[in-house]
Design a protein around this ligand. Structure first.
Ligand SMILES: [Zn+2]
Length: 423
């Protein structure tokens, strides 16, 4: 497989590049799956009260490559725009993520028989949450371009400040020796020029090394109509079939995979140099389950239909509530809230405000592309609106009891997969 299919990079352009051939295999005939309209960058949130300024908006079209099965976004935006310096992303420290990374450390140590001298390298190591689960038992090293890496250093985790590239990979191998494990959790779908990432990983991996990546998983995304995870930070939406096609093109073999609960349904994939490690039964089982679902084109048509109906039903539900003169607010403003609000058209006439937990950097700003203000959570308990719409609907089961315990008396709206009201 060519590693130079995606020659036009958006990074450094200050703008965007249209995806006119598959990000992985270069195939030029891509199907249009769904168009969600033009979305503002999710991290550009204007201060409350500021009159709306001119602001960029990027077309959000989902594409499907029939040659390598990759579902992908149709426009790559310069990361400098998506990740502005004044909005450093720090990985959410939710219980689910902590448990997931602890599980990753346990599972990989057991499967690979990791020892105290083995080196674990995390790409996009952020604040060191993932590596903290390996720390003390193995050698650990983070690679992180943003200031979040300082938080990891404070925890005693050595961290290289760099955007990951094959050159950085070669440098790490020269300075630290071969890695037994390289992890990329929730950044493997975010970085353009995916071939350079894989080549960089291979440069670091020892002969018996294993690359473990975690990404949003296409199957639950389709089944639970998660169109709201489509935004420009997410360039690729992997199935095991498509990620295997990508890795095989670089001489890697998938040796184990498992679905995990992060972000509403993700997949963890282990890969090693072909023929170096036994392949677990999980791989054939998941590939067979994906194949048994039928042609991807049909599944994507169904997803499109369900997305459109979901939007109309949410409109219908809100129309009934508003006709009764009742009030709706929303809970939490994760990135996915921006896609949902902008695609459905949730403005400040429909949603009075969004609450975030005290200390959130989003408080005092408007939801992207709207004049819906983000305010402190305590307001909803003083105010007691009739309905609270959950933008983090994928963790509704965790959120609702918490909000009840804090004193919210109204009803909940869970907007996806099909909008429902929960008393
Ligand atoms: Zn392709």
């Amino acid at each position: 497989m060519s590693t130079g299919t995606n020659t036009k990079l958006a990074a450094g352009t200050g703008g965007s590049v249209v995806v006119d051939s598959c990000q992985v295999c270069g195939h030029a005939e891509l199907d249009s799956v769904l168009f969600l309209g033009y979305l503002p960058p999710v991290n550009q949130m204007r201060p409350i009260g500021q009159r709306p300024h001119e602001q960029p908006a990027y077309p959000a079209e989902l594409l499907y490559c029939p040659q390598c099965e990759l579902v992908q976004i149709g426009l790559v935006v310069d990361p400098e725009i998506l990740f502005p310096p004044d909005y450093p992303y720090t990985s959410g420290t939710t219980r689910i993520l902590h448990e997931n990374f602890a599980n990753l450390a346990e599972e990989s140590a057991a499967l690979l028989g990791l020892g105290a001298d083995d080196l674990v390298v995390d790409i996009g190591s952020n604040d060191g949450t993932l590596l903290s689960k390996f720390q003390g038992r193995h050698r650990v090293l983070g690679i992180e371009p943003t200031d979040a890496g300082r938080l990891a250093v404070d925890k005693g985790i050595e961290t290289i400040t760099a955007y990951f590239s094959p050159q950085v990979g070669a440098r790490v191998r020269a300075s630290h020796g071969p890695a037994r494990v390289v992890t990329a959790a929730n950044c493997f779908a975010h970085i353009e020029n995916v071939h350079a990432i894989v080549e960089g990983v291979i440069a670091m991996l020892g002969d018996d090394g294993v690359f473990i990546n975690e990404s949003h998983y296409l199957i639950p995304l389709l089944d639970t109509v998660q169109y709201d995870t489509v935004y420009h930070e997410h360039l690729r939406y992997y199935s095991l079939t498509s990620v295997r096609n990508l890795l095989e093109g670089h001489g890697l073999e998938v040796i184990h995979a498992c679905p995990i609960p992060s972000h509403g349904g993700s997949i963890r994939v282990y890969a090693a140099r072909r023929g170096t490690r036994p392949v677990q039964p999980s791989v054939a089982a998941i590939l067979a389950a994906e194949a048994a679902r039928g042609p991807m084109r049909e599944q994507l048509r169904t997803f499109r239909d369900r997305t459109i109906l979901s939007k109309l039903r949410l409109h219908g539900l809100l129309a009934d509530i508003k006709a009764r003169g009742e009030r709706v607010i929303a809970v939490s403003a994760p990135s996915r809230a921006s896609t949902l609000a902008n695609y459905v058209g949730l403005d400040d006439g429909l949603i009075d405000y969004v609450v975030e937990i005290k200390g959130s950097r989003k408080i005092g700003r408007n939801l992207p592309g709207t004049l819906v203000p983000v305010v402190e959570e305590s307001r909803m308990f003083d105010d007691q609106p009739d309905y609270a719409l959950l933008f983090s609907w994928h963790i509704a089961g965790e959120l609702m009891p918490k909000l009840r315990a804090k004193g919210f008396k109204g009803r909940f709206i869970v907007p996806l997969p099909d909008p429902v009201v929960v008393d």
